[in-house]
Design a protein around this ligand. Structure first.
Ligand SMILES: Cc1cc2nc3c(=O)[nH]c(=O)nc-3n(C[C@H](O)[C@H](O)[C@H](O)COP(=O)(O)OP(=O)(O)OC[C@H]3O[C@@H](n4cnc5c(N)ncnc54)[C@H](O)[C@@H]3O)c2cc1C
Length: 412
């Protein structure tokens, strides 16, 4: 087993790290001020994006990126340490055009879109001139069971018409969001089937943003979430993404890398949090000692380090599997990462809030937003319980009854 990253990965990691320290981190307070009062991206962020792009630090999370397109086309494993750096700040991935949900949408469009669709929708995303969203979850149906989709799609003479409601579509409330990939069900299909993916421009007649959504008071400023109403929303036949009735196959192309990229960024966020814990523990004094002199606090930090390292190994193995064997073979490991990493992150952030005392609950620190995101991470891209079910199902049954097992020193 080789624990070293490729030369290309090491080179780009160093460059992204330097760019992050020099240009991104110093703007964090500007981002906080901007995002409290505005939607969309500030001009200075556009300038930063242009700079990152001109330095080739762009579209790094797309292993299937053709050479003709702008960006790096790194493997998932090569991307891991880079995504970690970006994950240290919630908005940093946007600087490098490596943010969700645009990257998962790029992956979907690379795999399932026709050349015309790619020219119309993928190229502007790769270029960074537009934003996008993915709308599958619905308020009226339990969406962790993806077959439950209630949105109806009817065929017309020239295309499709949609009726229904979606919510928690990340990025849909962004000022520059130009289109969504929407998953609905053909109205003439049997219940729980006929799922179809359509590309829907945001300015289509009948599509209404009902409201912006918050999760535990946090509004995801990089990719603001929306509830959306579809009232006879009509699109041409050319909006069909992939094959009619096989929208799940389209949705699944995005899931492996999308989940693992979130995990990589989550590890970066945990690194930010542990760094802040160490600083606070060495500076803050109580009962004539620094907090870091207490065994309890040392244990919190050491336990956090152990959990981060465990999570990183799980994620790296998963990235390696995705690269070597594809997402069908990596399914179980993606689920393992998707449960293990949010558990780690929630634990680390909880300890950090405790260590910071009252300050830890204020927006003066990144901890409340991080905590909301970490908590959401146990739900989006599949709740823990759905992944646990997947993992359980892949455990091999015993070859015979337990009573006869040679592992038992006597039959039971
Ligand atoms: C911050 C955030 C961003 C999101 N971004 C998007 C997005 O961009 N696009 C999009 O389409 N959706 C998005 N979502 C929605 C997310 O994917 C769904 O919330 C998720 O799939 C769960 O669906 P649900 O909320 O309908 O929960 P439900 O299906 O109602 O499930 C509720 C709970 O039931 C339990 N449960 C479900 N199944 C089982 C089971 N088999 N065994 C045991 N327990 C079970 C779980 O604990 C689960 O949390 C986002 C959500 C959040 C919070």
């Amino acid at each position: 087993m080789d624990f070293e990253f490729s030369d290309r990965s090491q080179d780009i990691t160093a460059r992204v790290g330097a760019f992050f320290e020099t240009h991104v981190l110093p703007r964090n307070r500007d981002w906080r001020d901007w995002s409290e009062n505005n939607s969309g991206d500030p001009v200075w962020l556009e300038d930063l994006r242009a700079k990152a792009k001109s330095e080739g630090l762009w579209n790094m999370g797309l292993s299937g990126l053709p050479e003709s397109k702008p960006g790096q086309g790194l493997s998932n494993l090569e991307f891991a340490p880079i995504a970690e750096i970006m994950g240290r700040l919630a908005w940093a991935p946007v600087v490098f055009n490596c943010h969700a949900p645009d990257v998962p949408n790029m992956i979907t469009l690379l795999e399932a879109a026709t050349p015309d669709q790619q020219a119309q929708w993928l190229d502007p995303l790769l270029d960074g001139s537009v934003r996008s969203a993915f709308a599958m979850t619905e308020p009226a149906t339990a969406s962790s069971d993806a077959r439950n989709i209630a949105m109806r799609i009817d065929k017309t003479a020239t295309g499709y018409v949609m009726n229904g409601r979606k919510w928690f579509a990340s990025g849909a409330a962004h000022a520059n969001c130009k289109f969504m990939i929407v998953i609905g069900a053909m109205s003439d299909a049997a219940p729980r089937s006929g799922h179809t993916a359509l590309i829907v421009p945001m300015d289509t007649a009948g599509l209404k943003q009902v409201r912006k959504l918050r999760f535990m008071g946090w509004d995801e400023p990089c990719s603001p979430m929306a509830e959306l109403e579809f009232n006879n929303v009509e699109v041409p036949a050319s909006a069909l993404l992939g094959v009619e009735g096989q929208g799940f196959a389209v949705a699944q192309t995005r899931l492996g890398p999308a989940r693992v990229h979130h995990c990589m960024r989550a590890i970066g966020l945990a690194e930010t949090v542990i760094e802040m814990m160490v600083a606070r523990a060495s500076e803050r004094r109580a009962f004539n000692k620094t907090l870091g002199e207490y065994d309890t606090v040392q244990g919190w930090i050491a336990r956090s380090r152990i959990e981060i390292e465990q999570a990183r190994l799980i994620v790296l193995k998963c990235a390696w599997l995705l690269d070597k064997k594809g997402h069908q073979s990596a399914w179980r490991d993606v689920s393992i990462a998707k449960v293990a990493v949010p558990a780690m992150l929630n634990g680390v952030i909880d300890r950090a809030v405790q260590l910071f005392g009252a300050l830890g609950g204020t927006d003066d620190t990144p901890l409340p937003a991080a905590m909301a995101w970490a908590r959401a991470f146990r739900i989006f891209d599949g709740p823990d319980e759905v992944h646990l079910r997947q993992i359980f199902r892949q455990e091999k049954p015993a070859s015979g009854p337990l009573a006869d097992s040679p592992y038992l020193s006597k039959p039971i």
